[in-house]
Design a protein around this ligand. Sequence first.
Ligand SMILES: Nc1ncnc2c1ncn2[C@@H]1O[C@H](COP(=O)(O)OP(=O)(O)OP(=O)(O)O)[C@@H](O)[C@H]1O
Ligand SMILES: [Mg+2]
Length: 449
Amino acid sequence: MARATSVFICSACGTEAAKWHGQCPGCGAWNTLAEEARAPAARRGGGGGAGRAVKPVPLSAVQAPRHARLATGIGELDRILGGGLVPGSLVLIGGSPGIGKSTLTSMALGNLQGAGRRTLYVSGEESAAQIRLRAERLPGAALDVPVVAETDLDAVLATLDAERPEVCVIDSVQTLHAADLTSAAGSVGQVREVADRITRLAKARGIAVLLVGHVTKEGALAGPRVLEHLVDCVLQFEGERERTYRTLRALKNRFGSTNEAGVFEMAGGGLVEVADASARFVGEATRAPGSVVLAAMEGSRPLLVEVQALVNPSEIIPPRRIANGIDRNRLALVLAVLGRHAGVGVGSADVFVNVAGGVRVDEPGADLAVALAVASAQRGVVAGDGERPIACFGELGLSGELRSVAHPDRREAEARKFGLTPVISPDGAKTLRAALRAALPSQPSARAA
Ligand SMILES: Nc1ncnc2c1ncn2[C@@H]1O[C@H](COP(=O)(O)OP(=O)(O)OP(=O)(O)O)[C@@H](O)[C@H]1O
Ligand SMILES: [Mg+2]
């Protein structure tokens, strides 16, 4: 059989080059050429004359068998997937090193194996012995999962074809290597080739594949963007390695909503679903200046999280503006509105804002919580009555007005469940000034003093 050759394609303009140049010969861009395998005579044709015509079929005549979804037995994961894994689908799970990607996928395979499904764990990162050590601390049938430690793509594809698992984990897509390409494993061309060939086999054999992917320093999924287009579902595992809480959310889902997210906790026995995360966060909330509770939305579920702020005189110019769990630009906006429209200037003080528990909140509804936490810290007063934390949500407009956000009823109901009433929201307070009057007593409290 003729061996595939490789060419280099410019990701900016599509120019083809026979060998690697630092600069694209077509558009002149630097470092845009990525290697791609090409079978001899494939994709040549030109002019549309060489291909075989195919007959279009009306959609109503297409056979679409309904395959039952495969439940991974991890409630939060199944919910995020839209009810379990779809046979023949590809799910990409991204997350920073040590966050728990291998643990989550091993647990899912263990549960599936225990439920009588054929599974396979392919690891290019760890030896079989390392995988066993992890599986020993996991529940279910994690130790019964067949495993191969392999990095050669052809060997992995041949194994999949021979074993015909119903569900397979590839850990990770960046470690597999296609022998046709000379570039190193993990390079753009390699990742694209690996994902493309696994996709074709998975679709043809009906294997549900969980692809583990690395993330870049900025937190985006590493590898070409095309990888996200190729797969059916992209899940992001977030949180800080040092903290116990991790959030799993769907960034893309061809078979369900992308509004779902789940909270996990890393424990000795693997990842534990945190069914009532609000109760944990409210229970841990401090009653000190600079602390408020945000009624946030994690997908379609309300979640109460503590937002903390610290305002401290600084010797440094410019002063520090540190945001953990919220967008840094959003913090800058809130500080500007606080100063301009609510008379709470932080001047040259350092400002630190933190969402407790390592949770990340990416929604404008967090603005009011950040503003109240900073104002409470700056004035040295405890928000609310000092007994219970105060709950709030709402977006800040640039002229100091409060703007409504999605699902106010669900947010209020969640806060009520924990006795956090009244909730400061755009429904009651129309401006940031009004919200501050409602949330903060005018004098520093005895506890704060
Ligand atoms: N016995 C244990 N109890 C609690 N946590 C543990 C235990 N053993 C390992 N961990 C935690 O599990 C995490 C590693 O999980 P895992 O290997 O699944 O991560 P990963 O995302 O696959 O990492 P990588 O990117 O390196 O492959 C670490 O943060 C570690 O602290
Ligand atoms: Mg891993």
